[in-house]
Design a binder for this molecule. Structure first.
Ligand SMILES: Cc1cc2nc3c(=O)[nH]c(=O)nc-3n(C[C@H](O)[C@H](O)[C@H](O)COP(=O)(O)O)c2cc1C
Length: 332
């Protein structure tokens, strides 16, 4: 895929343009304009949508796999989950019911069957945030997220069999910060990891985010950025108003997709409260550090996603995307 074809214009979707009277196929293609606004690791947009008669199959885009950062595709499947949930929320907004199926084997990772009309008001609050949400890399201010909001976020996760845990204890935060420092250093020690990150930064996918401004040039010029990133990220963890971990009972492909679906619901719900979110994946990318996170926090299941939540003044620019048409084909 040509990086030059990525654009920020995708964020301007006009809900009034929904083709209510058109064919289901045209409606699906309109809804996919929302799905591509989902977050994904390195903004790799690892989705391919296959449109059939009343359904959308979601497959992994092999050429956009992060083979160094995410060799077993765990983050990829979270990203697919984010897109699946965005599509589902958009469909509900226009009164189209959906049933989501996930598959642990085979090229189709998830299938969304569009069904009979549903109450269009369900998830309306989340829908409004699809074109607003973004990942904020800056330090967050303000008090911890209120218990009421946290309960709401927990419910979004629980509805998908995903557990949300907030890490409040100072000692636990410090241990997570130590793990982050180690994971950042080890990841940056890998030339393949640095090359892959540099390629995505160079493609413009990460936009003018803090990452690009901070480490973009340094990564490309092979400076030793791990310790710098590690210290900065450990401080972000220590100072985060709220730090959350999502976990699942086991580590199947379907559970990873559901963890991604849960994260997108949470990011949208947080955005509706004027809160920003920021994932930190390096610990989870390293099997030993991921196991340590599990034992440090006493998590029964498998940790899937670590992220900060908090308030911050002003907005960051949206990152670009390949338009929906470029990642959509028709089922044969
Ligand atoms: C599974 C997953 C892992 C991510 N890991 C990180 C991370 O480690 N560090 C980071 O700064 N952002 C991380 N992100 C955020 C992405 O970089 C971001 O979603 C992407 O660049 C698109 O930008 P947007 O979220 O502003 O639309 C992650 C997102 C997902 C879905």
């Amino acid at each position: 895929m040509d990086p030059a074809a990525m654009t920020r214009d995708v964020w301007r979707v006009d809900a009034d343009a929904y083709p209510a009277g058109a064919s289901v196929d045209e409606q699906i293609r309109f809804l996919l304009r929302y799905a591509v606004l989902a977050p994904s690791s390195h903004n790799s947009q690892p989705w391919e949508f296959v449109v059939g008669n009343g359904y959308v199959g979601v497959e992994a885009a092999e050429e956009r796999r992060l083979s160094a950062a995410d060799p077993d595709g765990r983050e990829l499947h979270l990203g697919l989950g984010c897109a699946v949930e965005t599509l589902r929320i958009a469909a509900h907004r226009f009164g189209v019911g959906c049933v989501v199926h996930t598959f642990d084997e085979g090229p189709t990772v998830a299938r969304i069957d569009l069904g009979p009309a549903c109450n269009p008001h369900r998830d309306g609050r989340l829908f409004d945030e699809i074109t607003e949400r973004y990942t904020d890399h800056r330090p967050f201010d303000g008090p911890p997220v209120s218990e009421a909001v946290l309960d709401d976020l927990r419910e979004h996760a629980a509805s998908l069999d995903v557990a949300l845990r907030s890490v409040d204890d100072a000692d636990a935060r410090e241990s997570v910060g130590d793990l982050q420092r180690r994971a950042d250093r080890l990841q940056a020690d890998s030339p393949a990891y640095r090359r892959e990150l540099a390629a995505w930064i160079g493609s413009g996918a990460l936009g003018a985010s803090g990452l690009r401004a901070r480490v973009g040039r340094a990564v490309v010029t092979h400076l030793d950025v791990g310790p710098v990133e590690g210290r900065r990220n450990a401080k972000l963890i220590a100072d985060a108003p709220t730090l959350c971990v999502l976990s699942t009972a086991d580590d199947t492909r379907g559970e990873r997709v559901n963890a991604g679906r849960a994260y997108q619901r949470i990011a949208l719900a947080a955005s509706a409260e004027g809160l920003a979110t920021h994932p930190l994946s390096q610990i989870l990318e390293r099997p030993a550090e991921r196991r340590s996170l599990r034992s440090v926090l006493g998590i029964d299941g498998r940790p899937q996603h670590l992220f900060r939540v908090g308030a911050v003044e002003g907005r960051q620019e949206h990152t670009p995307r390949w338009p929906a048409d470029a990642v959509t084909s028709t089922a044969r």
